[in-house]
Ligand binder design. Structure first.
Ligand SMILES: *Cc1c(COP(=O)(O)O)cnc(C)c1O
Length: 378
């Protein structure tokens, strides 16, 4: 059994992938070839945002988004401590300060009430406050979007930028809108294991603001101005490879169907696992549809989690822990003034959570075996 089965997917579209790659070998436009622009337009339509700027990874998408707002020294950027490292890494990379906010215990996403409290505290002209609130990076963890109605109201009120880290949620819905359409800039990743993945690294920024689009495009190529050797700002080399764009175009043809299949897999898990009283299955609030990048459940405690993972492992069922260590407890962030106990919900979840195999091609028999193994082990 695979944790994420990319081979079955490849079998379905191998001919299209080979054709697309051959086309590129023939036209030779390896950098910013026509496929890159077709992909940008295709995904722009799918998400319903005016502009898309493809780039080399989800991390670059986040970095470019912060750079588009000139975020740096003295700026506070609010985010969740329960995410992949890159979300907060880019904040520090630019010399800005990550400010963590605890999560909602059911969705595992940033808690809007706590977010507002944190921004309000920093907005006060108190003597110790040397940082300015500048942006929020909300993360759509495991494919479930954050609560954008609530978060957007807060970022509007405090006049800070809202960036959606949609690395895990491409294809998800929130109140009839697609993930990647929230905030001032949304960022996704095409890392192979994400809901829409390429065969390498890739990413994309989405925005409805033409000035931001222009800045992102400039930042993507060394801060380019009017022509190739005119540089108007500091940027990066953040382009998406033409080959990766071509692979994404092939995969996108079956993407909507795959998102549906993921719903079916998740629904079957819910039916099989929710009767197991000591486990907590994922909560999907009314009006949300997850992209199910991961199917993550909560054990009662670390000891039970270990026992369950061991039992699954013995049955050759792969599992993973996203994420075992909250960001505020990472050594890399030890220069920040955080310690254990600061974000109790996040810390508790990190001790109990683990993820089961999840992909569009997961078979009912495999899910039944997983459920049976969990039932006998609890
Ligand atoms: C994967 C991921 C990223 C980084 O994307 P890359 O393409 O690997 O650089 C950022 N944030 C979150 C939440 C992710 O899951």
């Amino acid at each position: 059994m695979e944790f994420i089965d990319l081979a079955t997917q490849q079998k379905r579209i191998i001919e299209k992938i080979e054709t697309n790659i051959k086309t590129i070998l023939q036209h030779g436009k390896y950098i910013m070839g026509p496929e890159v622009y077709v992909l940008e337009e295709t995904l722009s339509k799918y998400v319903s945002t005016k502009y898309t700027v493809s780039c080399a990874s989800g991390t670059d998408a986040l970095l470019m988004a912060l750079m588009a707002y000139n975020i740096g020294q003295g700026d506070a950027v609010f985010t969740t401590p329960f995410t992949f490292f890159a979300t907060a890494e880019v904040i520090s990379l630019l010399g800005a300060t990550p400010m963590f906010v605890d999560i909602d215990p059911d969705t595992f996403n940033i808690d809007p009430q706590k977010l507002e409290h944190a921004i309000r505290q920093l907005s006060r002209q108190a003597p110790g406050n040397t940082l300015r609130p500048r942006a929020v990076i909300a993360v759509d963890l495991f494919g479930l979007t954050a609560d954008y109605d609530a978060i957007h109201a807060i970022t509007q009120k405090y006049q800070v930028a809202l960036i959606e880290d949609a690395a895990q949620s491409f294809g998800a819905d929130y109140k009839n809108r697609k993930a990647c359409s929230f905030g001032d800039i949304a960022c996704t990743s095409f890392f192979p294991a994400k809901p829409l993945g390429c065969y390498g690294d890739g990413g994309m920024c989405f925005t409805n603001d033409s000035q931001i689009e222009a800045k992102l495009k400039s930042i993507r190529v060394h801060g380019q101005g009017d022509h190739k050797y005119d540089n108007v700002r500091i940027g990066i080399n953040g382009r998406l490879d033409t080959l990766q764009a071509a692979i994404l175009l092939a995969k996108f043809e079956i993407f909507a169907e795959e998102i549906k299949l993921r719903q079916e897999v998740a629904l079957r898990y819910e039916k099989l696992l929710s009767p197991i009283s000591t486990l907590k299955t994922p909560s999907v609030p009314e009006g949300y549809r997850s992209a199910w990048a991961q199917y993550s459940i909560l054990a009662q405690n670390t000891k039970q989690r270990k026992a369950l993972q061991d039992a699954l492992d013995q049955g050759q069922i792969p599992t993973a822990i996203y994420y075992p260590k909250p960001l505020h407890l990472q050594e890399a962030f030890s220069f920040l003034p955080y310690s254990s106990g600061d974000f109790p919900i996040c810390e508790n979840v990190a001790q109990r959570i683990f993820s089961l195999p999840m992909h569009p091609y997961l078979k009912l028999e495999d899910q039944e075996k997983i459920a049976q193994t969990l039932r006998s082990a609890v």
